[in-house]
Design a protein around this ligand. Structure first.
Ligand code: G3P
Ligand code: CA
Length: 283
């Protein structure tokens, strides 16, 4: 009886929240990028449902915030690429942040991808999380627009602190979120200079011990990088007990190369293929 009590306490102390537990898996994470854009329109409820169906450990999405303060799931700052905004409003490059939640709720976010998805809406972050978080699911929220205080209040109001993971290319945003809510698990996305719109030199594109240290200074607990991750960086990170996740890997062979190299997770448009990559990896 006493032994069981001690074991439970140890387990509870090791990883206390879902966001912490997901980082403790003893195999690489499979993360469904924008849901499942290989077969459904990115960042929509059907795409998220498919990501979950494929057993992804996490479903990734991007959000911006409307003029009236509603977090809406979309990758781009403008509505042109993934909605029918131009056809509806006759205007190009309309930004989501300049529209109200009601206005963008009338947009079609599925037809551009396939007529079968006509009528699919841009989900609010709330709608997306209701689907993704159900039955033990886990969302990896990427902030593309919106203030640090906005997301902290959003997560606190819904009791979602550390039920989700939050990531961003904007490391000042991460620092501010960390200052407001130090408990929340944050992941730092890089290359960081991509966010600042700078021309990327080789040393900015490639993950290095220096970039890992700078990422950790934000309060982030894991680093997510493009595919320019070398052995030295992985060794350095693992030596510090830090995991590295790579995006966006959609083909079998590169997926297996990253898995063999020891990366701790893959963000992918095709979660099913990553399971296959793991299952067919040669010893
Ligand atoms: O999660 C990593 C990846 O989503 C970052 O790039 O442009 O697809 O948001 P992007
Ligand atoms: Ca993203």
């Amino acid at each position: 009886m006493l032994l069981i009590g001690v074991m439970s306490l140890t387990q509870a102390m090791a990883a206390t929240t879902p966001a912490e537990r997901v980082m403790e898996k003893d195999r690489p994470l499979v993360i469904a990028h924008r849901g499942y854009p290989a077969i459904a329109p990115e960042n929509t409820l059907p795409a998220f449902a498919l990501g979950k169906l494929m057993g992804a450990d996490m479903v990734e999405l991007d959000y911006h915030v409307t003029r009236d303060g509603v977090a809406v799931v979309i990758h781009d700052a403008t509505l042109d690429r993934t909605t029918d905004s131009v056809a509806q409003w006759g205007q190009e490059e309309v930004r989501l942040e300049d529209k109200s939640a009601l206005e963008v709720s009338h947009l079609d976010a599925g037809s551009w991808y396939d007529p079968r998805y006509a009528g699919t809406k841009l989900p609010t972050l709330e709608e997306a999380l209701n689907l993704i978080q159900a039955d033990g699911g886990m969302c990896l929220i990427e902030r593309k627009g919106g203030a640090p205080a906005h997301i902290v209040e959003f997560l606190k109001d819904r009791k979602l602190i550390n039920q989700v993971v939050l990531q961003s290319f904007d490391w000042d945003y991460l620092k501010e979120v960390h200052a407001l809510q130090p408990d929340q698990v944050l992941w730092a996305l890089g290359p960081q200079k991509y966010w600042e719109g700078e021309k990327l030199e080789k040393e900015d594109r490639e993950l290095s011990p220096e970039w890992i240290d700078r990422a950790l200074e934000t309060g982030a607990r894991l680093v997510v990088w493009n595919q320019q991750v070398n052995e030295e960086a992985l060794e350095y990170a693992h030596g510090k007990g830090i995991k590295i996740v790579v995006y966006t890997v959609n083909e079998l062979e590169p997926a297996q190369q990253f898995l063999e190299a020891g990366v701790d997770g893959l963000i992918t448009n095709n979660a099913g293929l990553i399971w296959k990559a793991m299952a067919t990896l040669k010893e």
